[in-house]
Design a protein around this ligand. Structure first.
Ligand SMILES: [Zn+2]
Ligand SMILES: [Zn+2]
Length: 214
């Protein structure tokens, strides 16, 4: 499994291109903006993108989905509880809450409405949706091998905000407890800012520590 990372858009969103080096089939996680840069990276690496996997429905994770889909023919997956966020109205509201003007956007049509435990096969790789609500109702971590793509649920020594539409801090704490209690260690690749490991978060993340004893 090989992972390429780009930082895109007005709020610095991490977009990841993950692929299976044996088959060169891959997925794009959270194409948040700047489709030309994402497509150039896909082209440069020689990846055939079969899926776009979203950790949640906020604008800064989805604005380039349409263009990446148009160029690659990739299918789209998002947790079913964030489907409501893909309407132009919800997108505008989510951009307004960041003081941003609305940008060009056409309604997205997911091919997979993921639920807890839903999996997608990409070449020899398996991506699994772990439902971790709190930041948004459908926020999910995507598990691939020993990597967790945590979206805006878990950041390095931080967690995502819960004061936007559909946010719920109690659910966030339960989700963080759930991640903490996964067996073993994982590389944590979040939707913003620096990478971490689950073991480092168990030790140092104040919200994960607040999430109840084990
Ligand atoms: Zn978000
Ligand atoms: Zn974000």
């Amino acid at each position: 499994m090989k992972i390429l990372q780009l930082c895109v858009g007005m709020v610095g969103t991490n977009c990841y291109i993950v692929y299976d080096e044996a088959t060169m089939l891959g997925a794009v996680i959270d194409p948040g903006d700047n489709a030309p840069a994402i497509l150039a990276e896909i082209e440069r690496a020689g990846v055939k993108v079969e899926w776009i996997l979203l950790t949640h429905g906020h604008f800064d994770h989805i604005l380039a989905v349409g263009d990446v889909q148009a160029a690659t023919g990739a299918r789209l997956a998002i947790h079913k509880d964030d489907l409501w966020m893909l309407t132009p109205e919800s997108l505008s509201a989510s951009m307004r809450s960041f003081g941003m003007p609305r940008s060009r956007y056409t309604q997205l049509q997911p091919d997979l409405l993921a639920e807890e435990g839903s999996t997608v096969e990409i070449g020899g790789l398996t991506a699994e949706y772990l439902h971790t609500p709190g930041h948004t109702p459908g926020s999910s971590c995507i598990r691939m091998g020993n990597v967790l793509f945590t979206g805006d649920t878990l950041f390095r020594h931080e967690c995502g905000r819960c004061d936007l539409a559909g946010g719920d801090f109690d659910k966030m704490l339960r989700s963080l407890a759930r991640l903490r209690d996964l067996p073993g260690d994982y590389t944590v690749l979040p939707g913003h800012d620096a990478a971490s490991t689950l073991e480092d978060e168990r030790r140092w993340n104040p919200y994960m520590r607040q999430a109840g004893g084990r």
